[in-house]
Design a protein around this ligand. Structure first.
Ligand code: MEV
Length: 318
């Protein structure tokens, strides 16, 4: 088998509505963002002998060890390079975009063509090693891209549909409330504890989140009522605060944005001790936001939603 060099990228994500509840079988809506992780695999002669083994072993390997493991298993026939535009562990799907890009690269080496359903299954197995009990929404949006309505019916059955929205969103921004100390796994565990202790109350919160999700979906599909859309994201933020996954620091930043007429919502697992990760921010008058964040020395980044999923960036065979 000749040498091969491939580079695949996959996007990060934000969850518009439904995080945490989605772990319990409720629906969520997520969107891919144009901030990507790039995985390059450089393969020498006879690389194909090792790909099957890599696909078997790598999903059980913690991310930090994957690069070395690839070289070790392939006896230095395959080397890997990773780079990402996503901040790590901040709730915008850095691990899922890595899992999606690596899964697609391995799959392509094995089959010479991409089957996104299978790539998604493989990416999910990477995510399970990282996060314990993930819903699978992050890897699904990293693989398929766009806007996705996702629901985990059971471990084996995940239902997702593309929301073909033509909505033209007003300016949207990302604001980092600080890297959470807690991992996604720990945050999911914290919610699980609350669920066990006060099931009724947490189920009520999840049901309210599900209502928000249903309305967000309707707006995305009908392209109306953008004001309403912002209010829905704000309601979801309040429900996440009630769930206990947004720390004081993020809450105070979000209240300040509300004071100047904007809305903000965290978009991943959150965090309580310090930061709560990246928040999505909207304002009818983006200038006000820019002014506010400049004054308080807060970094604000404009973002487009609905990016492409896994993408072959480069492939070379000698
Ligand atoms: C993480 O991006 C979203 C959570 O809902 C966990 C998951 O869905 O696996 C908190």
């Amino acid at each position: 088998m000749s040498k091969r060099n491939i580079c695949i990228s996959a996007p990060g994500k934000i969850i518009l509505a439904g995080e945490h509840a989605v772990v319990y079988g409720y629906p969520a809506i997520a969107a891919a963002i144009e901030k990507r992780t790039y995985v390059t695999l450089s393969c020498g002669e006879n690389y194909a002998n090792f790909v099957k083994l890599l696909i078997e072993i790598l999903p059980q390997t913690p991310i930090a060890q994957i690069k070395d493991k690839i070289q070790k298993i392939s006896q230095n026939t395959i080397t890997a390079e990773f780079c990402s535009e996503l901040p790590i562990g901040c709730g915008i799907g850095s691990s899922a975009s890595f899992a999606a890009a690596l899964s697609a690269a391995l799959f392509l080496l094995q089959h010479s063509t991409l089957n996104t359903e299978k790539v998604n299954e493989l990416a999910y197995s990477f995510e399970k090693t990282q996060h314990g009990n993930p819903s699978g929404v992050d890897n699904a949006v990293a693989v398929f891209g766009g806007f996705l309505r996702f629901q985990k019916i059971s471990e084996q059955q995940k239902k997702f549909s593309f929301l073909k929205t033509k909505i033209h969103f007003p300016s949207m921004f990302l604001l980092n409330t600080g890297k959470p100390i807690e991992t996604t796994k720990e945050m999911v565990g914290l919610v699980q504890k609350r669920f066990q202790h006060s099931k009724q109350n947490i189920e009520r919160i999840f049901n309210e989140i599900a209502q928000v999700v249903a309305q967000v979906e309707r707006i995305l599909l009908t392209q109306h009522q953008l004001d309403q859309f912002a209010l829905l994201l704000q309601s979801n933020e309040m429900l996440l605060e009630e769930l206990g996954v947004v720390g004081d620091r993020a809450q105070s930043m979000i209240r300040n944005i509300e004071k100047i007429g904007g809305i903000a919502k965290i978009c991943g697992a959150g965090g309580v001790t310090k930061g709560s990760g990246v928040a999505l921010v909207m304002h009818k008058d983006p200038e006000k936001l820019v002014e506010f964040t400049k004054k308080h020395n807060i970094k604000l980044e404009a973002i487009e939603l609905g990016s492409e999923g896994v993408r072959l960036e480069k492939m070379r065979a000698d």
